[in-house]
Design a protein around this ligand. Structure first.
Ligand code: SF4
Length: 269
C-alpha cells in the first residue's frame, strides 16, 4: 500500500494488514502483528492446542486458518519465512523473547514518531499462550510475560484455547474467544467459557450479507432471540478488539479462499 508508513522487524510487522490500517486510522492505534506458522506447520511443538478440535488445523483439516488467506496463499515465500521464524521460537524461546522485546521497543518508538498508540497482536497466525511460561528480560529486569514488561502497550489476541479466558490475564492483554461449530463439544465449551467469564466471542459468518443481517437483527431482538443470546457487532469496523463492548459477539465474515470454502463448521451459515 504505497504511502502507508510500515514498521518491519524480525518478529512483528505493522501497517501491512488492510484491516489493521483501517483500525489504525479510526482509533489512532497502530497494531503490530506477529505471523508464525500455525499448529505443527513448522514441525515440532503444536502452536495451536485446540486447532484439531476446532477443525482449523491447516496441516490436517485445511480448515479456515488465516495462514492460507490474503497474500500468504499467493506467495509461499511468506509461509516459508513464517516457518523459519517459528523454528527460531521453538529452538530457543529465551533468545526469541529477547528478540521480541527489542522489536517491541523499536515499535513503541516508531509509534511515538507517527503519533499513534502501540497495540500488539502476537498470535496473528498462531495460538500461543503468552501469559504462561514466556518470561522475558528488559533493561536488566525479569518479567513474567511480555505484557508485564510493556504496560504502555495494549496487547490483544483471538484464541481457540478457551481455558485462557478463565485466567487472571495481565490488564493490558485482551483475549477474544474464536468460535467454531466444527464439533459440538468445542462449540459448547466456548459458549460456556463466554458465559462464565463475559469474554467476547468472534464468529465468522459465511458472507458479509449474512453478518450484516445478523448485526441488524440483533439491534431489534432481545434475550434468547438473539444469536447466542448476545448482541452482535460488526467486527470489521476495526480490528482493535480491546475497544469492543464486553459480552458481545464480534461478527466477522469469511475472507480468503480457504475461509470462503470452509465446510468444517468454523464458518457459520
Ligand atoms: S488456532 Fe488460529 S492460527 Fe491456529 S490453526 Fe486455528 S485458525 Fe489457525
Amino acid at each position: 500500500m504505497p504511502g502507508t508508513p510500515v514498521f518491519k522487524s524480525p518478529t512483528i510487522l505493522a501497517g501491512l494488514n488492510a484491516k489493521t490500517i483501517k483500525g489504525d486510522k479510526r482509533e489512532e492505534y497502530a497494531t503490530a502483528i506477529m505471523y508464525l506458522a500455525p499448529a505443527k506447520m513448522a514441525g515440532g511443538a503444536n502452536l495451536c492446542a485446540m486447532a484439531r478440535e476446532a477443525g482449523c488445523d491447516p496441516t490436517h483439516d485445511n480448515g479456515g486458518c488465516l495462514v492460507n488467506s490474503g497474500q500468504a496463499q499467493v506467495f509461499s515465500s511468506i509461509n516459508r519465512a513464517r516457518i523459519s521464524k517459528t523454528q527460531r521460537y521453538l529452538a530457543n524461546r529465551a533468545e526469541f523473547m529477547a528478540e521480541l522485546v527489542r522489536d517491541v521497543q523499536r515499535f513503541i518508538k516508531w509509534c511515538a514518531k507517527h503519533g499513534v498508540k502501540p497495540a500488539v497482536r502476537l498470535n496473528g497466525t498462531s495460538d500461543i499462550q503468552w501469559e504462561v511460561a514466556h518470561p522475558c528480560d528488559k533493561d536488566g529486569e525479569r518479567f513474567t510475560s511480555i505484557m508485564e514488561a510493556f504496560p504502555e502497550v495494549q496487547f490483544y489476541d483471538y484464541t481457540k484455547v478457551y481455558k485462557r479466558v478463565y485466567r487472571q490475564l495481565p490488564s493490558n492483554y485482551q483475549l477474544v474467544l474464536s468460535y467454531s461449530g466444527a464439533n459440538q463439544r468445542y462449540a459448547d465449551a466456548v459458549i460456556g467459557a463466554a458465559k462464565d467469564t463475559g469474554a467476547n466471542v468472534a464468529v465468522v459468518f459465511r458472507s458479509k450479507g449474512l453478518r450484516d443481517s445478523i448485526v441488524g437483527l440483533s439491534e431489534h431482538l432481545e434475550g434468547q432471540e438473539r444469536f447466542m443470546n448476545r448482541a452482535v457487532i460488526d467486527g470489521d469496523q476495526t480490528d482493535l478488539r480491546f475497544l469492543d463492548p464486553q459480552g458481545v459477539i464480534v461478527g466477522l465474515y469469511a475472507k480468503g479462499r480457504a475461509a470462503k470454502a470452509d465446510t468444517s463448521g468454523f464458518v457459520v451459515d
